[in-house]
Design a binder for this molecule. Sequence first.
Ligand SMILES: Cc1ncc(COP(=O)(O)O)c(C=O)c1O
Length: 401
Amino acid sequence: MPRSVRKGYTLGEAMQQEFSLETLLQHLGEEEPFPYGSVTPPIMQTSLFTARALRERNAQQGRNEFGYTYTRNDNPTVRLAEQKLAALEGTEDALCFGSGMAAIASAILTFAGSGAHVICVDTAYPPTRTLLESWLTRYGVQTTFVSGECVEEFEQAIQPDTRLIYLESPSSLYFRLQDLRAVSELARARGILTLCDNSWATPIFQNPHALGVDLVLHSASKYLGGHSDLLAGVVAGRRELIERVRQTRELLGGILEPFGGWLLLRGLRTLPMRMERAHKSGLQVAEWLAAQSPIAKVNHPGLPSHPQHALARAQMRGYSSLFSFETFPITEEHAYAFAERLRLFRFGCSWGGYESLLLGWAQGEADAQGKAPWLFRVYVGLENPDDLIRDMQGVIDVLAP
Ligand SMILES: Cc1ncc(COP(=O)(O)O)c(C=O)c1O
């Protein structure tokens, strides 16, 4: 094929087209053939990009003729992932980081200076909470935590110095939602920036920016990477905001490395199909658990029993496969016996890969009989859900009070 023949689409062109996400993920940013006709993009494993002429380099603020300087600032492999992520989230631009926490911390640090007040949902990912609650207080940032379940709570928590509202919908462990459109409207009217961790729903099921949220954040270590072999994070939003976060990324050095960018690109190619499967399998296992007598409650936004199910249906197109369930008071021995007799679930803190996972904790102090309710977090992987249910079926009675 002659070099002049272009395939694929640039981000700008793609935004004009009405392609489905599956198509965009394969072709976006791939309008030039990769070297030697390679199907997969090259991994630009370089720290440095040199210029051919010093005069031009100086005239272009240190950039070479291709626009690159140094991989702490930018890298073509990472850039391709960023273009696809911006298209997925429907934002003007996106940035990749070396972890979800690097993305979250860089976004917050960019916009919450000394004296700033932040409002955050109290069931946000615990290290995000710790960052706001104990670490940023050293720099004069104060945070008010709210359950986030009604807009009035945000309104009441607003102070003259409120700069950011930090959302995570659905949030960690209890999978509570915030009304993203209503909170964004409230914030925008008062000049407050909104940020939303969208790791759970992924851009396949929810686009917070389309509902008015300014910056969308991801732990790409979860579904976006999808194979439990990548640590990465994303910030997506309007170009002017992304440019400010980019400066923070350059100064703090949190960019994703090129091989990570390549792994992320590989993961993104199958994201829509994996999420379709996650939606079906997660709901099937959650529905089965909800019908088991030893289970007191299943926290899954896709179940009609979830108190915010109507909001979930209104602002999401589907559900991922991470949820939790609660037991009646049981002994620690029974809780651990249940977990350990499962053969297809491993115990680990991440999620979004191919392998099913389980975690569990007692909720509060045990009573006189040594019993307490337990919360189990379930991640349904890519195994057949019938097999996962069969695995649980054999041991579920251990959880009977
Ligand atoms: C909802 C959520 N946000 C952010 C993160 C942080 O991402 P990372 O582990 O990539 O730093 C996690 C990680 O578990 C998470 O579950």
